[in-house]
Each structure stands twice: as structure tokens, then as C-alpha cells.
Design a protein around this ligand. Structure first.
Ligand SMILES: Nc1ncnc2c1ncn2[C@@H]1O[C@H](COP(=O)(O)OP(=O)(O)O)[C@@H](O)[C@H]1O
Ligand SMILES: [Mg+2]
Length: 263
């Protein structure tokens, strides 16, 4: 069982897309998968066709802000897409309230405690945590809860700028709070081989991160957006898409690293 946070405090790099596609890939491969949507905007929840919580329903925000150990049956949803079924703890905008609370020690451990106390942590092969585009409390909670963090980046002038801040936060979390946390690697998304910004980014990633660069990069294709609009994983909507080929290889690369780090 592995808990993987997908983090980069820059928005629009593909955190949610990769979380969803990797989860689907592993679910298809017979692994049991739980997703946790820690982004108050709920993009992953919506991508999976789930309604955000109704007012009054218990949800992730209650768990994080009040440390309550509600029955997961009240919170978890099971989603079937094509031939794969996986579970999600959905987000809703009450998480914005949590974001504004600050870094209380109780909330930092809330999700980790919840997954442990309810037995969720050991009931899945993979738990993926999607995070919001900032380094606030929710991203911290994800790092405190996880065994690994995976960082997607996307071509552009400032693609790697500011990432050192995220690594500093992760290093601090590992040193002080969660010694199990490991950097799983960096993934390039929205890749276009013939475009200079993509090539420049790949060169920088190789120079700066070396072996931590998980190949192949995921190509940019409109199929990703089209599948997002119809709330289907791209593997299901466009099985022949070039991005699907990349994602399948990426999922194998990620799996290999998880197994290697565990060995
Ligand atoms: N490989 C790709 N090709 C084309 N569009 C992509 C690709 N990856 C992500 N996108 C699109 O870019 C947007 C931002 O991606 P998203 O996963 O939501 O980023 P984040 O979660 O980091 O904010 C989405 O509309 C998504 O459909
Ligand atoms: Mg997102």
C-alpha cells in the first residue's frame, strides 16, 4: 500500500489530470485505488462526475477541521468508469474554510489519522492525493499523510521557478513530521517534442533532477481536454490517443519506483 501526493503549487500543470489517469490505469490493472481530492475547487471530484457534498453532509472538511472519525461509508464514493472501479473522498468548497484556518497541529495530522484509524490506509494498494495550487495547509496535510510525492511540471518560462520552495516544505515535513516521505519523481506534462519550450524544460529537468525524471513525458493533446469535458478518463474516451500511450508507460515507471523504494 502506498500513499502518493501529487504536488506542485503552480496551477494548470496537470496534477488533477495525472491523478485521475494514473488512478484509472492502476484500477484497470487490478489494483485497489482510493483518491482524495484535497483541492477545494473540486476539479477531480467533478472530473469523476461526483456531486460535491450537500450542506449538512459530513465531509473531508469535517475530518480535517474537527478531527472527527466518521464512518468512511458516509464520505467515500465508489466510481465505475469503463472496466475500472475506484473510490474517492470528494472535495467541496467547505475545504476553503479549512484553508483559511492556518497550520494547526491537529489539522496537519487529521487525514493521516483518519486513514489509519478507519483502516482505509491498509485497504488500498494505492491512495492518490490531489492537491491545490498553493503551499497552504491542505498541501501540508497531503505531505504529512503520504509516503511519496510526485511533481508534474508543464513547459513555460516559469516551469521550474519556485519549485525549490515546494521541495523545502517537503524536506521540512520529512525532517520534522513524516520521515517516511520520499520524492517519487518529476513528470513533464503538456509535452511537444518539436517545440522549444518543451525541449528546454526537458533539458533543465534532466540537468536539475537527473534520475528523478520519470519518462516518458506526457504529450499535449486536445484529447485530454475532450475527455475532461465528458468526465471520462482519457484511456476510456480516446484509447488510441498518444497521451494514453505515454500515460501507460508513465504508470509503469511510477510503479517500478514505488516497488524499488519499498524493497
Ligand atoms: N497532456 C495534456 N494535453 C492537453 N491538455 C492538458 C494536458 N494535461 C492537462 N491538460 C489540461 O490542462 C488543464 C489543467 O490541467 P489540470 O490537471 O487541471 O492541472 P492542475 O490540477 O495542476 O491545476 C485542464 O483543462 C486539462 O484538461
Ligand atoms: Mg487540479
Amino acid at each position: 500500500m502506498s500513499v502518493v501526493a501529487i504536488t506542485n503549487h503552480k496551477g494548470g500543470v496537470g496534477k488533477t489530470t495525472l491523478t485521475y489517469s494514473l488512478a484509472y490505469e492502476y484500477a484497470l490493472g487490478g489494483y485497489s485505488v482510493l483518491l482524495v481530492d484535497l483541492d477545494p475547487s473540486g476539479n477531480l471530484t467533478i472530473a469523476m462526475d461526483q456531486d460535491p457534498y450537500e450542506e449538512g453532509e459530513v465531509n473531508l472538511a469535517n475530518i480535517i477541521s474537527e478531527g472527527e472519525s466518521f464512518d468512511p461509508g458516509l464520505i467515500k464514493r465508489s466510481v465505475t468508469k469503463g472496466f475500472a472501479t475506484f473510490d474517492i473522498l470528494p472535495s467541496n468548497d467547505e475545504l476553503y474554510r479549512v484553508e483559511s484556518m492556518g497550520n494547526g497541529i491537529q489539522s496537519l495530522f487529521s487525514l493521516k489519522d483518519y486513514l489509519n484509524e478507519t483502516g482505509l490506509r491498509t485497504s488500498y494498494d494505492f491512495i492518490f492525493i490531489d492537491t491545490p495550487p498553493n503551499l497552504g495547509i491542505l498541501t501540508n496535510i497531503a505531505l504529512v499523510t503520504s509516503d511519496y510525492f510526485l511533481v508534474p511540471v508543464s513547459p513555460g518560462k516559469y516551469a521550474l521557478k519556485g519549485l525549490d520552495r515546494m521541495f523545502k516544505v517537503a524536506t521540512m515535513v520529512k525532517k520534522r513530521i513524516n520521515k517516511n516521505l520520499e520524492f517519487l519523481g518529476i513528470v513533464i506534462n503538456n509535452f511537444r517534442k518539436h517545440e522549444q519550450p518543451s525541449r528546454a524544460l526537458e533539458k533543465s529537468v534532466i540537468d536539475l533532477y537527473g534520475d528523478a525524471y520519470i519518462t516518458p513525458p506526457i504529450r499535449r493533446t486536445v484529447d485530454v481536454q475532450k475527455s475532461e469535458i465528458i468526465s471520462e478518463p482519457i484511456q476510456l474516451a480516446f484509447p488510441n490517443s498518444l497521451a494514453v500511450r505515454d500515460l501507460k508507460r508513465l504508470s509503469q515507471g511510477v510503479l517500478k519506483r514505488v516497488k524499488k523504494q519499498k524493497a
